[in-house]
Design a protein around this ligand. Structure first.
Ligand code: ADP
Length: 251
């Protein structure tokens, strides 16, 4: 049954109750946002979730990037399919029960499939990802949003209001930080507290001579954090191993 058909039959009050019940079992929610695509937001979200899980925290990872879900690929889970039990969806498990994962990518038949959806359908899907997925008791739920400030981050911010905090990922160059300023304004307007800014692809250390080359400039994320009074969480260098591990589905 398509989400569209389901929407016609559903009771919004029951949906809200289901969401409240699921959310009551989740301690902390971290929404990973970026102003631009390709800055490493999904890489940060996946590795953040895994780091938390490996430290013994019960962790879930929810990928609400409907048009370009990369989480299944980054975790080598592209052949997995979430089970449906009655009204509930069982999230896909990464490495037994290390990490619970839900992504639109699991619902697409092949990586070349495109999703053409307007706002209300996206809204319904995100509601399902929160209210129908059996996340169980979690210490952390990490949410990977698509870039920008469109329907998906808006729905996430509204549904998770008072519960979630944002981590903003940028690359250092001005063309990326301009868009991050929009992200910061978005968080302020929607009263989504910000944990801080991460500057990714910040400098490249040449493996041959050890010289640092600032391919995308340097310090743009930190400057922005200082300017807006948000914590600067740190920088991640441009590292061929990170790109390779992503391509090899080995976070
Ligand atoms: P986004 O989610 O912002 O679109 P991704 O996380 O999909 O970005 O990353 C885009 C590409 O950049 C991927 O191929 C990823 O492996 C690579 N990448 C991300 N961060 C780094 C980094 N610090 N060094 C090298 N490659 C990176």
């Amino acid at each position: 049954m398509s989400t569209c058909e389901q929407d016609n039959q559903r009771n919004p009050l029951l949906d809200d109750l289901a969401m409240a019940e699921k959310l009551s079992k989740i301690n902390q929610i971290i929404v990973v946002l970026s102003g631009k695509g390709g800055v490493g937001k999904s890489t940060v979200a996946v590795n953040l979730a895994l780091s938390l899980a490996l430290r013994g925290h019960k962790t879930g990872l929810m990928d609400v990037d409907i048009h370009g879900p990369s989480v299944p690929k980054l975790l080598n889970l592209t052949d997995k399919w979430p089970e449906v039990k009655g009204e509930d969806i069982i999230p896909v498990e990464y490495q037994s029960d290390l990490l619970k994962v839900m992504s639109m990518g699991f619902l697409l038949q092949g990586t070349e499939q495109a999703v053409i959806w307007r706002g209300p359908l996206k809204y319904g899907m995100i509601k399902d990802f929160i209210g129908r997925v059996q996340w169980g008791d979690l210490d952390y739920l990490v949410v990977d949003c698509p870039p920008g400030t469109g329907d998906e981050p808006l729905s996430v911010a509204q549904f998770l209001k008072g519960k979630a905090k944002a981590v903003i990922v940028t690359t250092p160059q001005h063309v990326a930080t301009i868009d991050v300023e929009k992200c910061i304004t978005f968080c302020k307007q929607l009263e989504l507290p910000m944990v801080g800014v991460i500057e990714n692809m910040s400098g490249f250390v040449c493996p041959q001579c050890g010289t640092t080359v600032n391919i995308f400039s340097k310090g743009g994320g930190e400057t922005l954090a200082v300017q807006y009074g948000i914590p600067f969480l740190g920088s991640i260098p441009l590292d061929p191993d990170i790109a390779q591990s992503g391509d090899e589905e080995r976070p």
